[in-house]
Design a protein around this ligand. Structure first.
Ligand SMILES: *[C@@H]1O[C@H](CO)[C@@H](O)[C@H](O)[C@H]1NC(C)=O
Ligand SMILES: *[C@@H]1O[C@H](CO)[C@@H](O)[C@H](O)[C@H]1NC(C)=O
Length: 355
């Protein structure tokens, strides 16, 4: 009796996500050539015109890290979570080496029984960096992610991954802008869409406070030789002002860790993302979850991020649209003290909707 009680409670705590410590999952890291086409904007004037008119297509290697569950959970292992990082973040964002017991979402998801496909955007991390003005724009980035999701669902990205029945995509910031474009253009490929650090309206923080400059000049030790269209934030102070909550909401060591690993945003992404933010996705019929910190100055347009309550209008065909505002957290949710609350809220939503 005693033995069976222990094993049952162990099973239950695993199923409820209480399993600790969080071991690193087994992962396969690959550069997979992805072929996509889209209509990009003509940025020759230095800004985006109202409509996209330039057809682009190509095949580019994309960095994809597939990680296996560390806790068996038979139903959850049929759900794949695809993770997209925001501007100047890469695969580290969802899979941080800094205090991974606290901040690492990939480990959290693996401990809860899920496969994750953690990716770098085109022009970011280990992915290809083609022309940062003409190619790396939001429309083409949307096409690349759409293709990845389609291949992942079909089980044809990695030979080892079959039997995926549900796909949940989680995008942060610019990654959420891209996800919004994916659910607009190929609405049937995704079951659940989680938008983290995003909304369809802008808050008071202009992302320009990050003081973008050429990554090759700001971080020559890692980005020497990159064309000037690849940008990054100026320094830790401007980065924190744009992306973090108030002092006290994050560990300064986490900011330092992030500053040492910060990645790029392409000028083409920077010039085309604002136009992509207001886009509605009425044909998406899956579940939508919006999660922001209440100190997200980029996307909280009402006090306390109450604007998330207005988001359902953009997903008129969705099965469900829900939101959660985490207090004491700024824009880059994963790097702040509130990260575990963010992960718990996402898990609660996954549970509620049977993922
Ligand atoms: C842009 O597209 C919209 C909708 O298709 C159209 O009404 C508008 O005239 C276009 N604007 C320009 C400048 O071509
Ligand atoms: C970061 O850049 C800002 C703006 O140029 C400057 O005022 C500040 O002193 C810099 N901070 C550090 C730590 O270099």
């Amino acid at each position: 009796m005693h033995t069976s009680f222990v094993s049952l409670s162990a099973l239950l705590s695993a199923a409820l996500g209480a399993a600790t410590p969080r071991e690193a999952p087994r992962c396969i890291e690959s550069l997979i050539p992805i072929t996509a086409s889209a209509t990009n904007f003509d940025l020759s004037s230095g800004s985006a015109p109202p409509n996209a008119t330039i057809p682009v297509s190509g095949t580019f290697p994309i960095q994809l890290r597939l990680c296996a569950p560390t806790t068996p959970a038979s139903l959850r292992s049929k759900t794949l979570q695809v993770l997209i990082p925001g501007a100047t973040f890469n695969t580290d964002y969802w899979d941080m080496s800094f205090e991974p017991e606290t901040y690492n979402y990939v480990r959290f998801a693996a401990a809860n029984g899920y496969w994750t496909l953690n990716m770098a955007r085109l022009g970011d991390g280990g992915s290809a960096r083609p022309d940062g003005n003409t190619i790396v724009q939001i429309p083409f980035g949307v096409a690349v992610v759409s293709e990845i999701v389609k291949l992942a669902r079909a089980g044809s990205l990695f030979g080892t991954l079959g039997g995926i029945e549900k796909v949940v995509v989680i995008g942060h910031s610019l990654g959420a802008v891209i996800l919004n474009g994916v659910v607009e253009t190929v609405p049937s490929s995704i079951d659940g869409a989680v938008f983290a650090g995003f909304s369809h309206t802008f808050g008071p923080t202009n992302v320009a406070v990050a003081e973008w400059g050429p990554a090759s000049e700001i971080v020559p030790e890692r980005f020497a030789g990159l064309p000037p269209a690849y940008l990054t934030s100026l320094n830790a102070t401007t980065r924190a002002a744009a992306l973090y909550g108030a002092p006290g909401t994050f560990d300064p060591a986490a900011l330092e860790w992030d500053e040492e690993r910060k990645d790029t945003i392409a000028n083409g992404e920077l010039l085309t993302f604002a136009g992509a933010v207001p886009v509605a996705a009425p044909s998406f019929t899956g579940d939508v979850f919006m999660i922001n910190g209440d100190q997200d100055g980029v996307f909280c347009s009402k006090p306390g991020c109450a604007n998330l309550a207005d988001e359902a209008q953009f997903y008129a065909g969705a099965r469900s649209v829900e939101f959660n505002v985490i207090s004491g957290v700024g824009h880059c949710l994963n790097l702040q003290f509130g990260a575990p609350k963010v992960y718990a809220a996402i898990q609660e939503w996954l549970n509620k909707h049977g993922y």
